[in-house]
Ligand binder design. Sequence first.
Ligand code: NAD
Ligand code: ZN
Length: 344
Amino acid sequence: MSCIVLDTKGGSKSTIFVGQGLESLDGLCPSKPVIITDNRVRELYGSRFPKSQMVLTIGQGEAAKTLETVQGLYGRLMELGGDRSTFILGIGGGIVCDVAGFVASTFLRGVNFGFAATTLLAQTDASVGGKNGVNFAGYKNMVGTFNQPLFVLCDTGLLATLPKKELANGFAEIIKHGCIADEAYFEFLEANANKANNLDQEAINALVQGSVKIKAGVVSRDELEKGERTKLNFGHTIGHALEKVAGISHGQAVAAGMVLAAKLSAARTGFAQEGVARIENLVRAMGLAPVIDADRQKVIDALFKDKKLAGKAVRFVLLKKIGQSTVEKIPLDELADFYLSASL
Ligand SMILES: NC(=O)c1ccc[n+]([C@@H]2O[C@H](COP(=O)([O-])OP(=O)(O)OC[C@H]3O[C@@H](n4cnc5c(N)ncnc54)[C@H](O)[C@@H]3O)[C@@H](O)[C@H]2O)c1
Ligand SMILES: [Zn+2]
């Protein structure tokens, strides 16, 4: 069991508990919470939720991460007589955390909230860092706020029911954290890949703790993504385009995106070929493919169309070595040339 404190320059504070059961939630909530969850998580774990007559359920997947869902939740909160003392508790994966955090940040101009993260991706990434929001007009995460939850609880025992594909999404972000910030953490996963895949409690707790520490460290120094936080996008620039074009999972797309970014690093920063091979091997060991066979021109088109990339250059995350990253402005055309001619 461990507890990591995320303290931002802006003065907000969030405490992340790793390895404690859902049963601790009663003690963590300052008052009886209004719970926001999804139907799957409620079905699996509703009987272990903290005492509350107020459980609001949303649907599953990106289709539920909308302003319509948010409006529905505002309506329910009003019916329940929600006021400024209302405490919102999101129990679920990244979708539930993003939606619950946004509702809490905007209902009555903001009420307090906390999360119980139930997927590996939410425990290692989505629930930590205070970004929340919804998709809009076909674009992911277009509307949202920066606002830290009072606490995040990561009950790693819940991962036993998580489908393999969802686990792999979390492993991709874990590899990312090792690549950008911590070689020892990367080595730990190399040495414990089997244990992690089999959800060995000790290995998984160590990995969730390690990822939370890395992400909380980055966010505490750059909450609003003016600089260092960009590093958390490692593998995501081309990854997002691959995800759209090939219709693959986020983790799979990020895995292939990281391998491409490692290859580009070898060309631009002198990142060692041996490092590229280690990333490819670790990606494979965690059940992901290092290369995705997609129509490359379509991937480039998707990259150019991404609204967030409007302009002529992108802030691209490169590795100097495993555990050390740097952000460089790279013209989109150069990125396209590299990808179109890369040997994969
Ligand atoms: N805010 C951030 O900083 C941040 C960072 C990364 C990702 N995200 C967001 O996170 C979202 C993805 O989150 P996700 O990968 O957790 O997906 P998700 O929330 O859709 O969960 C995946 C599926 O697993 C189910 N599930 C959840 N917990 C389970 C459990 N313990 N056992 C069995 N099934 C369970 C869910 O019902 C869902 O069907 C994306 O929308 C992404 O944009 C946000
Ligand atoms: Zn990601």
